[in-house]
Design a protein around this ligand. Structure first.
Ligand code: PEP
Ligand code: MG
Length: 754
């Protein structure tokens, strides 16, 4: 049965539309299970009914015509129970309902399985037998597997309006596809589906004799790609801050480095033609990165793939003619690259919808920097069928509407106009103090390091840098960067923000951030060798980094050092001993280094309960709520399947933060929060109430949070958090804060519209 199943699934996947997919299923099910009737009922949730979507064995004229109430009959029972109903004699069951319109004679054997996607029943697949028949376990498993397959096809069809047409409810569709918020805002426009410019994987090997000519053709193509990238960077320089532009530098660096270009040339010299040699090199690099299962490196893999395609396009000399873009273009793709984004004139770009990726992907980081709404990870999206369709992308909720109804469209047009009012309000807080109406100042710092250092002009808003993730420059190298190289990188950031403080966090790799040149294979990487644990086991790497940090601050003296993943006091003692050692050595070498404040991240539950012991050893704490949430709730922060359980406004997380703040305050040590929670307007209000002293966030979230701080008195925030802590459910806490923001006139910060 396995082979049959595979064959049917292939056929269904290749079907051009839902109607044909359903017909294939019902026909193959009849053949394979040997039944008299096979039918698919589709749920029309608005009318609370089933519509017969396809049949083999009943009258074809019944398709689209026969409608059953959603709560009646055996089919209704499958819907309610969300599990298979297997009856050897259907008519003897009290829920049985005879349907004359289908031309049914009473059938006895009945097996119905629900078609479920993301917890929602989309339809029911039913088989029937004239005789009394109990379907066996294998047959039931076969139908369950097919139903799971069908669920994907139905979701795709829902997005393109196929279902609405089949159900006779018009060509447009009101259901949203669900993805992840990538960049806030609402986009309305026409889909421009972007494909990889050249299909590198399809290139065959070919022996050549004139390898010099091949090498020179390849080098010309590389130079052309370098020109393109510089061109894009120039075009984007007016709208993107310097550190986001550095992404293009990183791509150029890859092209300039020895590995990609050098290895391809070696392969050409060994006799392969340029496209084949390029394919091999790119595939090898992509494989290495993808095997690391690390989100940062996965991004690198798609960058490398993109570079490969670009070079190939030039080699093939069939450069894509300058494309016409819609006035409001929503870029749609399986895996949109920063390069594809850069190709479109910014005035035409309304939004971005990507089938893969998350808010940590380069594309969404660029979208945030550009202020363009983006939805990522819409895995149910039928990308190939969306060109030219009207798309609404809601970057707050992560929803995408394809070919929406008039009503939905009108509503989003209204929300969009309110959005532009919001950005006017937000721009008003620039330059104003981050102070509550009752006079409490809450410094707002920036999280940087995602692409490179920072520039003072762009970030003149922040009070300094609260988190510089130093692992990022490490991730972009092909080997551990040396002391001088690190010194330059850190100096850039310290200079850009001086005299404001810059908190450099020591190397935090491991978990999902793996260095290609320092691979670690573990069953449980988030509970394994990561953060400070690696630094202490490799004191050479740690000491080099500390020396570079201390030297970078000479004359500026605005450095603060922060240690990640501290889970036990002895780790901190050893780290401080090493910092003292580096400091002493530098003094001996005649460097005018100054001892910086040292703090730790609180991101492991054990640290929450040892604050007093830790406080005696450090100058400050910064709560890493991204990790603290995942460790407290036992929910992987990167796993989409459990993303609904990953709630930073969980009572347990709030209690942990309250305990950290209370204990730290008793010893006079300040507490900051630098996880994503700090940049979430609703959560920032909770953190204010818990008495957190400062917040650190990405630049795009800073005006929103400042608006919250300036709108709520500290005393009010304290009362609110006391109420929140009485609630038991994270959703109730979120709703409570959303309501408070709504009532305070700040609803636009948490959803579209005012
Ligand atoms: C955190 O865990 O909250 C944090 C800021 O660190 P990272 O996201 O880099 O793990
Ligand atoms: Mg962390």
């Amino acid at each position: 049965m396995l082979d049959t199943l595979r064959r049917i699934i292939q056929e269904v996947n290749a079907a051009p539309d839902l109607e044909q997919a359903l017909n294939i299923i019902v026909a193959r099910v009849c053949e394979t299970v040997g039944v008299d009737v096979s039918t698919v009922y589709l749920v029309d949730i608005n009318q609370r009914q089933f519509v017969l979507g396809a049949t083999q064995g009943l009258r074809q004229s019944a398709v689209g015509q026969v409608k059953l109430p959603i709560d009646k009959g055996l089919v209704g029972m499958v819907y309610e129970r969300e599990e298979p109903v297997n009856l050897e004699d259907g008519p003897s069951h009290p829920r049985y309902m005879f349907i004359s319109e289908t031309g049914e004679t009473p059938y006895h054997g009945f097996l119905g399985v629900p078609i479920i996607r993301h917890g929602k029943v989309l339809g029911v697949l039913v088989v029937r037998q004239r005789q009394v028949r109990k379907f066996d376990e294998n047959e039931e498993a076969f139908l369950v597997t097919l139903a799971a397959q069908l669920a994907g096809a139905i979701t795709h069809a829902g997005a393109t309006g196929d279902i609405a047409r089949m159900l006779g409810t018009g060509g447009s569709n009101a259901a949203a596809l669900t993805g992840l918020p990538g960049s806030p805002g609402v986009a309305i426009g026409q889909a421009r589906v972007v494909y990889p410019p050249a299909n590198l994987d399809a290139i065959p090997d070919r022996l050549v004799t004139d390898t010099d000519a091949e090498v020179s053709q390849f080098e010309i193509a590389v130079a052309a790609v370098q020109d393109d990238l510089r061109d894009y960077a120039n075009r984007m320089s007016a709208v993107l801050p310097a550190e986001e532009l550095a992404l293009f530098d990183a791509l150029l660096l890859m092209l300039g480095g020895d590995s990609l270009v050098g290895e391809t040339i070696d392969r050409i010299r060994a006799g392969n033609w340029a496209p084949g040699a390029l394919r091999e090199t790119i595939a090898e690099h992509v494989r290495v990165f993808e095997e690391m299962e690390d989100s940062y490196l996965r991004e690198r893999a798609s960058d490398i793939r993109d570079l490969g395609r670009r070079i190939l396009t030039h080699i093939q000399s069939d450069r894509v003619a300058a494309e016409e873009y819609y006035e409001n273009t929503v870029l749609v793709g399986e895996d949109i690259s920063p390069g594809q984004l850069a190709e479109i004139p910014i005035e035409n770009l309304a939004g971005i919808v990507s089938a893969s990726g998350s808010s940590a992907s380069h594309v969404s980081i660029l979208a945030q920097a550009l202020g363009i709404p983006a939805v990522m990870g819409v895995d149910d999206m039928p990308v190939g069928r969306l060109e030219g369709q009207i798309i609404i992308a809601d970057g707050y909720r992560g929803d995408v509407f394809v070919n929406p109804t008039e009503l939905v469209l009108k509503e989003f047009v209204r929300l969009q106009s309110q959005e532009s009012q919001l950005s006017e309000v937000l721009s008003e807080v620039a330059g104003q103090a981050s102070e509550t109406p009752d006079g409490i100042t809450v410094p707002l710092y920036l999280n940087i390091g995602l692409v490179s250092g920072g520039s003072a002009e762009v970030h003149s808003e922040g009070d300094g840098v609260g988190l510089y993730r130093t692992e990022v420059p490490f991730l972009m190298q092909e080997q551990f960067p040396g002391e001088e190289q690190q010194l330059r990188i850190y100096r850039n950031a310290l200079e850009a923000f001086a005299p404001r403080p810059v908190t450099l966090r020591t190397l935090d790799v491991g978990g999902d951030k793996m260095l290609s040149y320092f691979p670690v294979h573990e069953d449980n990487p988030f509970l394994g060798w990561r953060g400070i644990r690696i630094s202490l086991d490799q004191p050479d790497i740690f000491l080099t980094q500390i020396r570079a940090m201390l030297r970078a601050s000479v004359g500026l003296d605005n450095l603060t050092i922060m240690l990640p993943m501290i889970s036990t006091v002895s780790e901190l003692d050893i780290a401080i001993t090493l910092i003292n050692q580096a400091f002493g050595e530098l003094l001996e070498e005649g460097e005018s280094v100054v001892r910086p404040p040292i703090g730790i991240m609180i991101e492991v539950p054990s640290a929450v309960y040892q604050i007093k012991a830790l406080a005696r050893r450090v100058d400050f704490f910064s709560i890493g709520t991204n990790d603290l949430t995942q460790y407290l709730l036992a929910v992987d922060r990167n796993n989409a399947r459990v993303a609904h359980l990953y709630q930073s406004l969980h009572p347990a997380v709030l209690c942990a933060i309250r305990q950290v703040v209370n204990d730290a305050q008793q010893l006079g040590k300040p507490v900051s929060v630098c996880g994503e929670m700090a940049g979430d307007p609703a959560a920032a209000l909770a953190l204010l109430g818990l008495g957190v002293n400062s917040l650190s966030m990405s630049v795009s979230n800073l005006p929103r949070v400042k608006w919250v701080i300036r709108s709520f008195a500290y005393s009010e925030a304290r009362e609110l958090v006391a109420k929140a802590l009485e609630l038991e459910d994270p959703r109730a806490i979120r709703e409570m804060y959303n309501e408070v923001l709504e009532l305070g006139g700040l609803g636009g910060l948490v959803r579209a519209g005012n």
